[in-house]
Design a protein around this ligand. Sequence first.
Ligand SMILES: [Cu+2]
Length: 535
Amino acid sequence: MNTHPSRCIRCLSWLRIRSNYASVCLLIIFTGALIQPSAQTTQRRRARPAQPGQEKPFIEPVEMHKAPLRALETQPAQRGRWDTLPELMPINPVHVALMYNSKVLVISGSGNDPNNKDFQAGVWDPVTGTVRTFPIRWDMFCNGMVILPNGRPLVLGGTIKYDDFLGEPRTATFDPTTETFADTAQMSGGRWYPTGTVLGNGSVLVVSGLTDTSSTVNTTVQILVAGNWTPAGTIFSGVPLYPRQHLLPTGQVFECGANRDSKMFDPATNAWFEVATTNLPANRDYGTSVLLPLTPANGFKPRVMILGGVAPNATNTTELIDLSVDQPQWVPGPSMAQARIQLNATILPSGKVVVSGGSSNDENGETAALETELYDPDANSFTTGSSMAFPRLYHSNTILLPDATVLAVGGNPARTVYEPHIEIYSPPYLFNSDGSLARRPLITRIDRDIRYGANFYIRTPHPGDIKSVVLIRPGAATHAFDMEQRLVGMTFTHTNSQLYVKAPANGNLAPPGYYMVFILDSKGVPSKAAFVRLT
Ligand SMILES: [Cu+2]
């Protein structure tokens, strides 16, 4: 039990900030912008969970004490570096999605507190470091979220009741400009823990989730076409909640977890068929899955990696499947250094995958995996990266930001308790070998509207030094899975002043919508992203 009031706890966190952010900390000290809550306040807040109208977030101080002080990273060029931001996330960030204006939509809803009727969402602006929160009309807790071709996040379902959980049939889109939700067509019944997948023509497939009438899985598969839901057959037997799904260049959707028997869904026939069975003899509950980069160099060959998972004790194993061959099979991938459940995996512009968070025992911060691992799909191996300061467990998320860093938020190992610190991972590619910041290639002008199969230009001061140009679809992550992220490489030529880049051939490679364009130089250093719209 914590006998120290929160002043000390806060000090710990400011100390941590001070080590990495001398100037930020001084600013805090001199402006007094962040006032320490009194011990009395802490007692009151610990006595009972936060109620609507009370100060938020409700933070369990013991939880805060578990976070170790992070040592300053001495090898950022090899391991990257995690930093803790001075601002806290004021709501439980159960769902996050990057929008085309570089801001992040954060959805909490009831935030894993059955007594909380003050449903909340927010927008975090990484540039100003501010979060604007606002009430929402229904409980979007445990929804599925994708981003429509018009750039609006689409929320699929949520929660209408806890214990036993019942799913919400409503859907809503979010306008990044006005920062407001608007309800859209209801689904064929509730969906709590559904997965959305944007298809090659921009329609949205929704699968699984508990119904609004019984705590059983919604058996109807649906596709949203032009704002209306159309039936698309039924689910396969044993469909999991939050199925891990990826759109493939064939236009089919690969489903790979947590069930062992991976499936393929064909939107042309609405049929599911068997693909392969995992080597691990257990469902990878709360493991994750990544569609590895689709690039000209690998012939846009779709390969999927599944990592970790299995409750209550996690595995450190991974498996890979090449879906371009006639009879795909799961093969063991390299093992992670640590077992992880509730882990997060985020694709970088370099094509490497940042694996972070999770723990070896589910929802147990004592066994948190703080060290980052970087998976290199070309070498098929992991290297270890810098350590996070905070456990990132159930309901934690990571997404790639437009400056080529990775955002980590949340962690919600028990009801009414969540991790409010925001951490940012700067991957090794942002550093010179002496630890100073690498000089980044610049995108000075770009075509903002790009067309399938057509060339577009990017102006950059040193076109001859650019070795790679990639599109990355902005992420939408929840429950240890990103329903949106994908990296699609592009071929290009250059003149003295610009690059001529060939956009992806079709929507099955890169579904219509907004993308981040990154250019990477001969040292592998990425630019900051420019957003383009692909149609
Ligand atoms: Cu949940």
